[in-house]
Design a protein around this ligand. Structure first.
Ligand SMILES: *Cc1c(COP(=O)(O)O)cnc(C)c1O
Ligand SMILES: *[C@@H]1O[C@H](CO)[C@@H](O)[C@H](O)[C@H]1NC(C)=O
Ligand SMILES: *[C@@H]1O[C@H](CO)[C@@H](O)[C@H](O)[C@H]1NC(C)=O
Ligand SMILES: *[C@@H]1O[C@H](CO)[C@@H](O)[C@H](O)[C@H]1NC(C)=O
Ligand SMILES: *[C@@H]1O[C@H](CO)[C@@H](O)[C@H](O)[C@H]1NC(C)=O
Ligand SMILES: *[C@@H]1O[C@H](CO)[C@@H](O)[C@H](O)[C@H]1NC(C)=O
Length: 773
């Protein structure tokens, strides 16, 4: 009886579930109408094929377009695309090349200059049926340039870019439709791929191909999977496609729960903004305002602050979307590296896109070269976390800001305020003539406060650190502090005397905290880590973790591997695989309680050797350099003179956002998380050293330490501040570095235990080829 009952239950449950799903499916059948309505068309004209995104939609067209190869009977199909190279479109070439179809890239101006003269009419009937595809983006997602929608009809009717045959237009509208209305009844493109997340942020894995029903007839389908066939015979090549286009092309079960949410996406967009026309006006207004102000900003010496890359002057809403592509310049006209701008922007909670000029291939090519440069210059090579954004002073990329319907005027002002605060040599000058000229084109709102210069000290950027003067090679440097950081990203443990291990200071960064997926936690994401104080007790052979308000937890220093119940795992540090062991449940529970999320403490396996990435090539004199779980190098050294310099710089700016207690030198030192702190006389003299001796120990300088927003974490309170990165970036125009990395230079087989002590003499050797910081 029991079994019978179960069967009945199962049956009923399945039945209700089925009914439920059926209704859900019925519901979304209505959806295509809503989508088509948004584009001012109807199911009689267009069909909606759901895909996983715009790229998948492009691929669908490429795969099913009836390409005709060149043959004896006549010319073949052509695939034309505008050379606004964006990768998914270029990807279609892969498909067409296989089928022997010619690919033509067309420059934007060629479309119109090669327009057909009215008298030349078609002659060969058979040639007229050859299908060609013309592909262009309605708006470039890189520069925001909009291409005329009138191309659609022009090309279809062979008035523009004429070539005999039947022309279909693929309009990549993914970027365009996010901020602009697209009227398909007026511009009847044959294939229109879109991604919904670009319109309202959700759902991310869903896009659609809008197909003109007339064009759908020509698409052919070679693969048929679940649900796309009306009837087929397995053994014979017999396949009757379903009459409905949509069901012919949607393979398998589409993500119908996501599709249901589309309805709400469109409704909300409408409710909040009142329609795409409003969005277009709003976003264009913001972009134009930002453009005008940005292009009028001048350094104190009258040089422009930004170089804006544009094809048109933000005058015409039909030619430019709400994207601004620019580079920032310093007062000498040199480009500020985009990664520096990116780091600073994150301090101000501004998300900008930075990166290589569209052509990623060329960009990677450049970066590889520059890596080699850096390697040969600094004997160090790739320094993890740094972004090589300038090569020999030339930028490899630019900065983009883009606006969406949720952007506000306040956002623009924040952004401009950020630029003025961080990258303008004070006092700020506005190019009034230009401002008036640009503004007079169309009255804009007053921009009052944004650009009122703040009462800041005039700080000439860069070059303030005199490099000449006394070249101090004397022994006037002393080691003043020694810090070890047993657990990566946690607080320091200060010592006065400490042995050197094979991987740097003994026990430095041998442990790290990882989340449940084994990903290393750092202060960037989890500033609270700096409140955890590790204490090493060599006598009892333990590492203790302390936090105020909690009982301390202890783990053994040497994790013996005979204890086989410890889990081994692999983690990554800066792209390097490292072998680690888990330090057990107790400490894991303790950390999880403190951080409020599941995490573990792991330790590098004692026998695991991790070599410094590029050091080996040049490390003839120091053998391979073994690393612990540090990011880049065994030791990090900073100079008190440089800290004072920076401190003074911070103290001299007294604007409202200047928080924190900058008079406390020791606290400022903590932020740089150095192992060795030395006293010196000249700020940043360490940048020019190639080797140094501390006590009896020899070190090689392997490079400068690039800094990021991590130095914004106050190590006492775990709060984030914009300083000192802001001032650092200001007084070191170019790459934001502070301190140098060192590698220990003694052969590994030395048996003597080397010890570093506070108070030891530091004798630097200046590199022969001192290059500019
Ligand atoms: C975003 C975008 C794409 C790619 O869309 P996915 O959703 O990533 O497939 C293609 N073309 C343009 C113009 C875009 O803006
Ligand atoms: C775009 O692609 C064409 C052809 O592949 C290439 O010749 C051209 O240099 C590319 N342009 C840019 C800006 O990347
Ligand atoms: C722009 O489009 C390309 C494909 O054409 C895509 O790979 C890239 O991610 C898009 N960029 C943005 C910012 O959406
Ligand atoms: C920005 O403009 C520059 C200069 O015109 C251009 O080379 C670059 O490709 C543009 N960058 C982007 C991301 O569009
Ligand atoms: C600096 O080094 C040079 C040569 O190495 C030496 O002649 C000079 O006396 C040194 N200066 C000091 C202050 O030690
Ligand atoms: C270290 O090894 C080198 C050769 O590898 C040898 O010449 C040298 O004597 C060794 N030094 C010590 C202290 O063992």
């Amino acid at each position: 009886f029991n079994i019978f009952q179960n069967v009945i239950y199962t049956f009923l449950c399945s039945f209700f579930l089925f009914i439920l799903l059926y209704f859900i499916k019925r519901l979304f059948v209505l959806n295509p109408c809503r989508i088509l309505e948004h584009f001012n068309t109807c199911p009689e004209e267009y069909s909606v094929i759901f895909t996983s995104g715009c790229t998948a939609a492009l691929k669908l067209v490429a795969d099913t377009f009836p390409w005709k190869a060149v043959s004896n009977e006549g010319p073949g199909s052509q695939f034309c695309y505008l050379t606004d190279n964006h990768t998914s479109v270029v990807g279609i070439r892969g498909v067409t090349a296989l089928q022997g179809v010619g690919t033509v890239s067309v420059l934007p101006h060629e479309v119109e200059t090669r327009a057909r003269k009215p008298q030349t009419q078609t002659n060969g009937e058979e040639e007229c049926s050859v299908p060609h595809l013309f592909c262009y983006p309605a708006q470039s997602n890189f520069s925001g340039r909009k291409y005329p929608l009138s191309y659609v009809k022009g090309i279809q009717s062979q008035q523009l870019y004429p070539h005999r045959g039947r022309w279909f237009v693929l309009l990549d509208a993914a970027c365009f439709v996010s901020c602009s209305p697209l009227d398909l009844s007026q511009y009847p493109a044959d294939f229109v791929p879109i991604s919904f997340y670009k319109m309202f942020g959700f759902p991310t894995g869903l896009g659609a191909l809008l197909v003109r029903n007339e064009a759908a007839e020509v698409l052919r389908k070679t693969y048929f999977g679940g649900g796309t066939a009306a009837a087929y015979l397995v053994a014979e090549n017999y396949f009757v496609p379903k009459p409905n286009v949509v069901s012919r092309f949607e393979d398998g079960t589409i993500s119908f729960l996501d599709i249901i949410s589309l309805h709400h996406g469109f409704e909300t967009l409408q409710k909040l903004t009142g329609g795409m026309l409003n969005i277009q006006l709003h976003t264009f207004g913001l972009a134009r305002y930002t453009y005008i102000v940005l292009s009028c900003l001048r350094h104190s010496n009258g040089k422009p602050v930004a170089q804006i890359h544009y094809d048109n002057d933000f005058q015409n809403i039909a030619e430019q979307g709400a994207i601004l592509n620019f580079s920032l310049l310093d007062c000498h006209g040199r480009t500020v590296g985009y990664s520096q701008v990116d780091k600073m922007a994150s301090l101000f909670n501004i998300h900008i896109r930075t990166g290589c000029f569209c052509n990623t291939g060329a960009c990677q090519h450049y970066l590889v070269i520059s890596n080699q440069n850096v390697r040969s210059n600094l004997h160090a090579g790739h320094i993890c976390g740094d972004n090589i954004d300038l090569i020999e002073g030339r930028p490899t990329g630019s900065i983009r800001v883009s606006f969406g319907y949720m952007s506000s005027f306040e956002d623009c002002r924040n952004f401009l305020r950020f630029v003025v605060n961080c990258f303008v040599d004070k006092p700020l000058i506005l190019d009034q003539k230009r401002l008036i000229k640009l503004k007079s084109a169309e009255p804009m709102e007053s921009n009052g406060q944004v650009i009122t210069p703040s009462p800041e000290r005039i700080t000439p950027s860069g070059d303030t650190v005199s490099k000449e003067g006394k070249k101090n090679n004397g022994s006037s440097h002393t080691l003043t502090n020694l810090f070890i950081y047993p657990v990566k990203s946690c607080a320091s443990f200060e010592v006065t005397e400490w042995p050197l291990g094979p991987q740097g200071l003994l026990y430095d960064r041998l442990w790290m905290v990882v989340n449940e997926n084994g990903v290393c936690l750092s202060q960037k994401r989890e500033p609270k880590l700096c409140l955890i104080r590790p204490v090493i007790c060599l006598a009892s052979n333990t590492l203790q973790l302390q936090v105020s308000g909690m009982e301390a937890v202890t783990v053994p220093l040497e994790t013996s591997l005979t204890n086989s119940d410890l889990r081994t795992s692999q983690s990554k540090v800066c792209g390097d695989r490292v072998q680690t062991v888990d330090c057990g449940e107790e400490v894991s529970a303790w950390l999880s309680e403190f951080l409020g999320k599941t995490c573990h403490l792991i330790r590098q396996r004692p026998e695991f050797l991790r070599d410094m990435k590029f050091g080996r090539a040049k490390a003839g004199d120091c053998g391979a350099t073994a690393l612990s779980l540090v990011n880049e190098a065994q030791f990090l050294l900073i100079n008190r003179a440089s800290v004072s310099f920076l401190q003074e710089h911070i103290a001299n700016r007294y604007d409202s956002v200047n928080e924190g207690t900058w008079h406390d030198m020791e606290q400022l030192i903590q932020r740089f998380r150095a192992n060795l702190v030395i006293s010196g006389q000249e700020a940043f003299s360490e940048d020019g050293w190639s080797h140094l001796t501390i006590g009896d120990t020899q070190f090689q300088v392997i490079g400068r330490c690039g800094r990021c927003q991590m130095i914004g974490v106050d190590q006492k309170s775990a709060t984030r501040t914009q300083e000192p990165l802001r001032s650092l970036s200001e007084c070191r125009s170019g790459q934001v570095t502070f301190g140098v990395y060192l590698a220990h230079q003694t052969a590994r087989n030395t048996t003597a235990v080397l010890i570093l002590s506070v108070g030891a003499c530091v004798i630097p050797r200046i590199s022969e080829s001192t290059e500019k910081p």
